[in-house]
Design a protein around this ligand. Sequence first.
Ligand code: ADP
Ligand code: MG
Length: 288
Amino acid sequence: SVPLSYFAGVARLSKASILVKGTTYIDKMARKIYAILFDKTGTITQGSLKVDKVVTKDISYEEFIKLLCHIESFSNHPIALSVTKEFKVKVDAQLVKEVKEYPGKGIEGVVDDKKVIAGTKEFLEENGVKIDIKEDFIASTAVYVGVDNKFCGYVVLKDFLRQDIKDTLNLLKKLETKTYLLTGDKKEAAEELASELKFDGIFSNLLPQDKVKIAEQIKKEAKNATVVFVGDGINDSPALAVCDVGISFAQNASSIATAAADVILLENSTVKILDLIQISRFVRRVVI
Ligand code: ADP
Ligand code: MG
C-alpha cells in the first residue's frame, strides 16, 4: 500500500504546477540524482525559432517557400511551426500527399505532384539528394530542402536559450548532479548555443535511438542513483521512457513526448525541476 503522505505529496506537487504520473517518481526524485539529460530544441531553448536567412538554388523564392510551408504544415516540430508562422503561406492541404515524418531527421511528401523533402543534410543525402553548395553559416540550425531529388536551398534559423536554463544548471551543480545536452542538431549549433552553460557533456547529431543509447550508458554509470531525461519532442520519447524519470512540458511539447513522460511541468520553466526535487525530498522524509 502507498503511504498516505505520498498522496499529500502528489497534491503538493500539483499545487506547484507539477503533474506526477505515479508516486514512484516522487521516490526516484528524492534519491540521489546522478544526472539530468536535456534535449536542446524546445527544452533548453524557447523553441520559437527566428528565420535568419533563406538561400535558394534553381527555384524561385515563392515556389521554394510554398513547397516548404506545405510540407512543414504537417509537422509539429518547433522548426516546422516556426517556418509556417514566419512565411504565413495559405496552405492548401489537398495539394499534399504521402507525408512521412522522420523524428530527428525531417519530413517528406508530395506537394503539388512534386516530391519534397526537408530536414538535415544527412537526411537529404540518405535519400539521394546531393547538397552541392557551400553553406555560409556554421553555428546555426538549418533545414535543407530538396524537390524531385534535387537540392534547392536551405533556411537558417536562430533559436534562443530559455531564460531559466542557466539558473537550473547552476542549482543542479550545487546538488552535484551532472548535466548533459543531447541533440539531433549539429555539433557546431549545439556548442555555440551552450557556450555559456556549464554542461558536463554535449552529444550532437543524435537520432532518437542514439539518445536512448547514451541514456542507457549514463544509467550504467549511475548505479542505483536516478537518471532523468527532460525533453519535448517526438524524437525524445524513447529516451523519456528509458530513463528513471522522464520530464516534459504541458506547453508546446509533442503529445507523444507528454505521453512518454512520467512528470509534466505545467509551468513552462525548467526551474520547476528543482521544485520537483525539493518537494519529493520533503515528502520522502515525512514517509520514513
Ligand atoms: P533536438 O534534438 O535538438 O530537439 P531534433 O532531433 O528534433 O532536434 O531535430 C534534429 C534536426 O532534424 C533539426 O535540427 C532539423 O535539422 C531536422 N528536423 C527534424 N524534424 C524536422 C522537420 N519537421 N522539418 C525540418 N527539419 C527537421
Ligand atoms: Mg526538442
